[in-house]
Design a protein around this ligand. Structure first.
Ligand SMILES: Nc1ncnc2c1ncn2[C@@H]1O[C@H](COP(=O)(O)OP(=O)(O)O)[C@@H](O)[C@H]1O
Ligand SMILES: [Mg+2]
Length: 373
């Protein structure tokens, strides 16, 4: 069991306020990813959870037991928190074999020899590196060393596993393999994992929940699907997704209980049921932003009812997919099509967009006012 709750956490380095009122619940068994650009406070949050940093304000509980209470200046020792931390730089002991690197911490705990043997081999097998148990770190690739570091953390059966950008030193292919390994590891262990990354693909592929940071604050906490389909503001929309989401300006107005939007894509009318709680002007036109994922647009070579006439500005076939830049009046937007499609530049084609998949943001507040369904 491991449920973590952070309440009103503030962290200052001198006058630099690096964590601002962080409130986050990490459910037992979750794979929670802290996501955001460099410098937004992800590592600091992990260090607060682990006990390497003391926040100036706030409370943290693990399974209901207080580990931090800044008001009482109470900070439980890292060793009392039942967790294990793997950093980006994984620091294996160079003079020890893979086996001994993992066994070392267990020997210190005075665990019986047979139990150590079993745990080391189980964790090595789980990371698929049991064949390297007698090698020294220098005889392993970066990816293999990283697996040893993770196996070492797993072997101590932590209630909570903290991973700080553990895949950032690996090449692209190995990163994809390791994402699969970590996903399986999480399921097999059932351990709560807090995972830090700036890579949105990593976050989307492995997490059960994502906490999206923005300059020391939590911007949105949601499942990967919800974060992808309904980013809470324009910054979140722009951060998630590759290629980036299309953002087009428009004018919106409430008419007869419906939201009517006009843009270079023409007119769209949205029912009240899909509107969020966010505030926006209920009378008169106001500036809005339409957000459309590149894969939500279909290109038709023939005129179809409801389709938008556009021209092909650029077409980039990339083997498994083709990225097409379309131009509608003054606006450009990207389309991602599967497979190898061929378009001539300046071809006149039609864009079919399912309006249910369009997000509408209030330009002034940047907040989501119409959800995708
Ligand atoms: N030990 C430290 N002393 C002073 N400032 C720090 C320290 N560690 C981090 N910071 C600052 O805190 C902010 C958040 O850093 P960090 O949590 O490492 O970000 P991230 O992991 O999201 O890249 C940054 O502005 C960083 O410069
Ligand atoms: Mg960091």
């Amino acid at each position: 069991m491991s449920r973590i709750e952070l309440k009103h956490i503030d962290k200052f380095y001198g006058s630099n306020h690096v964590l601002r009122d962080i409130n986050l619940v990490i459910e037992d068994g979750a794979f929670m990813t802290l996501l955001g650009p460099s410098g937004c406070g992800k590592t600091t949050t992990l260090r607060v959870v682990s006990g390497l940093e003391k926040p100036q304000n706030g409370i943290m509980t693990i399974d209901g037991v207080e580990m931090i209470n800044a008001d009482d200046a109470y900070y439980a020792e890292p060793s009392k928190r039942g967790l294990n931390l793997v950093f980006q730089s994984y620091a294996l002991w160079p003079h020890m074999t893979v086996f001994d690197n993992i066994a070392f911490g267990l020997k210190i705990q005075k665990m019986p020899k047979a139990e150590i043997e079993k745990r080391v081999m189980d964790s090595l097998k789980m990371m698929r590196i049991d064949m390297y148990k007698d090698r020294y770190p220098t005889e392993l690739s970066g990816g293999q060393q990283q697996r040893v570091a993770i196996a070492r953390a797993v072997a101590s059966s932590p209630k909570l596993l903290l991973l700080d950008e553990p895949l950032s030193n690996l090449d692209a292919k190995l990163r994809i393999d390791m994402r699969a390994e970590l996903q399986r590891l999480h399921r097999e262990l059932g351990t709560t994992i807090i995972y830090v990354t700036h890579d949105q693909t990593e976050a989307l592929t492995m997490s059960t929940k994502i906490a999206l940071f923005r300059a020391g604050e939590l911007n949105q906490v949601a499942t990967p699907m919800e974060l992808y389909n309904n980013p809470i503001d324009l910054e979140a929309a722009d951060f998630i997704g590759n290629p980036r989401i299309n953002l087009l300006e428009g004018k919106a107005e409430m008419k007869n209980g419906q939201l009517v939007v006009r843009s270079d894509l023409g007119g769209h009318t949205f029912g009240a049921a899909d509107l969020t709680e966010e505030t926006f002007p209920k009378s008169g036109a106001f500036d809005c932003v339409l957000a459309i994922r590149p894969e939500q647009v279909i290109i038709s070579r023939e005129k179809v009812d409801g389709a938008i006439p556009v021209s092909v500005y650029a077409s980039q076939p990339a083997g498994s997919e083709t990225i097409v830049t379309l131009r509608a009046d003054k606006d450009e937007f990207l389309v991602k099509e599967l497979g190898q499609q061929h378009y001539e530049l300046d071809d006149n084609v039609w864009a079919i967009i399912d309006q249910n998949k369009i997000n509408i943001y209030n330009k002034e507040t940047t907040r989501l006012i119409k959800r995708a369904v």
